[in-house]
Every structure is written in structure tokens, then in C-alpha cells.
Design a protein around this ligand. Structure first.
Ligand SMILES: N[C@@H](CCC(=O)N[C@@H](CS)C(=O)NCC(=O)O)C(=O)O
Length: 281
């Protein structure tokens, strides 16, 4: 049997979820980078793998898949090793509920707004839009409160054993906890905090640590003013993670200018990453 192939950048939360599933099952795989910040996910040949222009895409023995939920379920069913889905209907429902909340409500507020403004915009020498962050906070608080309630006294999202839900949430929490707001947001939820301590210490998390973008498109970076280096109360800012990220990007930029994302005929959509990076207003 051939090794599966994962297509996408390691810094994508959804790509990391797929890689976490493979790591938890101890499945060897090929990992092919797709430069999302350069718009490669919205150009051929990636569009042949996912015409909707979203990462990740996946291939195994000629079977091509996209949509993280579909890919991770396939991985769990197709490969031997620890089951990543509960056997009972209630556990499965809890797992599905947690994943659905992340997809529908959590990702957009946490990654699309908070993480984007606090980590990606400064990385591109832009000024974070505090209003975007403030607007996202109620939705993030609701999402975390729901996770705290759903987790209840279970060890993992779905019961006594790690499940796909834990792997969907972990990459999002990893980024959120690196923002200045992350500590306070998580501090309000002790069960979630205990879950995160366990989850973030897993070997699979170390194995899938994002390799942050080496370069960003000049179209996104050009003309932006340096972000004010504010020091939120009681917190070093930028955090070591953000500083490493910014430095890596800065090195990549000076070494080799990135390619600007090109619009393709018939595919005029810009990346949501690019869209959200637009200056406020
Ligand atoms: N429903 C998709 C969502 C994947 C997704 O949103 N991926 C993000 C990166 S984490 C992406 O491709 N963003 C690029 C864009 O929207 O242009 C899945 O479950 O795989």
C-alpha cells in the first residue's frame, strides 16, 4: 500500500488536524507544501485536488479527498492503530458536536479574527485592528464556554479516549494560546485548561509543530506600517512564538521576494487570508 499524501502548509490548522490524525495512528506519509499565503491553493494544480481552493487535500492509493472531516475519518477507518472515534452513539455525538462548533463558530472568530489580527497582521508589518478582535471576543467566549460545558468531566472530547474532535480543536487552541488574549480567555475555563495541558503535551503535537511561512506576498506586505509593539498587561509581547514567526518571515522576505498571488480566469476568488489581511476600513 502506498503512503498517503497530505497537501497544504504546515501552518494551516486544518492541515495540522490531518497530520495529527496520521501521527496518532503512527502512519507514515508524504507531506507536500502548498503556499497558501502565496495563493497557490487557488491555482492549478492544487485546484485539481480541491476545486474549492481550501487546504488540506489528501491522496491515498489513488483515492483523492478534501474536507478535513472526511479525511480524518478515512484515516481512522483505513489504518490500524488506536481508534480515534468513540464506539458508542453518545460519544460520537459529542465528538461531532465539538467538531461542528469549531467549523461553524470557533474557527472564524478565533483564527480568522483574533489570531489573524494578533499574529499574522504584525508578521506582515501591519497594524492589528483592535475592533475586529473586540468584535470576535463574545463569540470566542461563547465557544469556550460551550467547550467547557461539553467536556464536563470527560478526559477528552468524546469520552475516556482521545478522539478526532481533540485533533480538530488542538491546532486552533495552539494559536489562540499564543495571543495576548489567550491566557485570560482560557483562564476562565479550568476543565478546558486541563484538557489543553494534556493535549498540547502529546507527541503528535510536537511532531506537527507548524513551520511558519518563510515569505509572504509583497502584495500583502507592501506599504504597511510597522505594528505598534504594545505590551499587554502582565504579558511579554510579542510572545516568543510570534517573535520567532516574524523573524522567520522577515528572513524569508529579504532572502527571496515572494510571488504575488495571481488571480486566475474563472477563479477570481481571493484567499480569505488575503481578504482578512486588508487594512481596516
Ligand atoms: N471545510 C474545509 C475548511 C478548510 C479551510 O478553511 N482551510 C483554510 C486554511 S486553515 C484555507 O484553505 N483557507 C484559504 C482560503 O480560504 O482561501 C475543511 O474542513 O478542510
Amino acid at each position: 500500500m502506498a503512503q498517503p499524501i497530505v497537501y497544504g502548509p504546515s501552518y494551516s490548522t486544518y492541515v495540522r488536524t490531518v497530520r495529527l490524525a496520521l501521527a496518532e495512528k503512527s502512519v507514515a506519509y508524504d507531506f507536500r507544501h502548498v503556499g497558501m499565503l502565496q495563493g497557490e491553493h487557488q491555482q492549478p494544480p492544487f485546484l485539481e485536488r480541491n476545486p474549492y481552493g481550501k487546504v488540506p487535500a489528501f491522496e491515498h492509493d489513488g483515492l483523492r479527498l478534501y474536507e478535513t472531516n472526511v479525511i480524518t475519518r478515512y484515516i481512522d477507518r483505513a489504518f490500524p492503530g488506536t481508534a480515534l472515534q468513540p464506539a458508542d452513539a453518545r460519544g460520537l455525538a459529542v465528538m461531532d458536536q465539538a467538531i461542528s462548533i469549531a467549523d461553524t463558530f470557533g474557527y472564524g472568530a478565533i483564527v480568522g479574527k483574533l489570531v489573524w489580527q494578533r499574529m499574522v497582521v504584525p508578521m506582515m508589518k501591519g497594524t492589528p485592528d483592535d475592533k475586529t478582535v473586540a468584535d470576535a471576543i463574545p463569540q470566542i467566549k461563547l465557544t469556550l464556554a460551550e467547550y467547557e460545558r461539553i467536556l464536563s468531566d470527560m478526559a477528552w472530547f468524546g469520552g475516556a479516549n482521545l478522539s478526532l474532535a481533540d485533533l480538530h480543536l488542538a491546532p486552533i487552541f495552539a494559536y489562540m494560546s499564543a495571543t495576548p488574549e489567550g491566557g485570560d480567555l482560557m483562564g476562565a475555563h479550568p476543565k478546558l485548561g486541563a484538557w489543553w495541558s494534556k493535549m498540547s503535551a502529546r507527541e503528535s503535537m510536537a511532531k506537527t509543530e507548524p513551520q511558519l511561512a518563510r515569505r509572504i506576498p509583497p502584495s500583502l506586505a507592501h506599504g504597511r506600517t510597522a505594528a505598534p509593539r504594545r505590551a499587554p498587561r502582565g504579558r511579554e509581547w510579542p510572545t516568543p512564538t510570534v517573535r520567532r514567526w516574524s523573524e522567520t518571515v522577515a528572513r524569508g522576505q529579504s532572502a527571496a521576494p515572494g510571488r504575488a498571488a495571481k488571480r486566475q480566469p474563472g477563479n477570481p476568488k481571493r484567499s480569505t487570508l488575503a481578504r482578512s489581511a486588508a487594512p481596516p476600513g
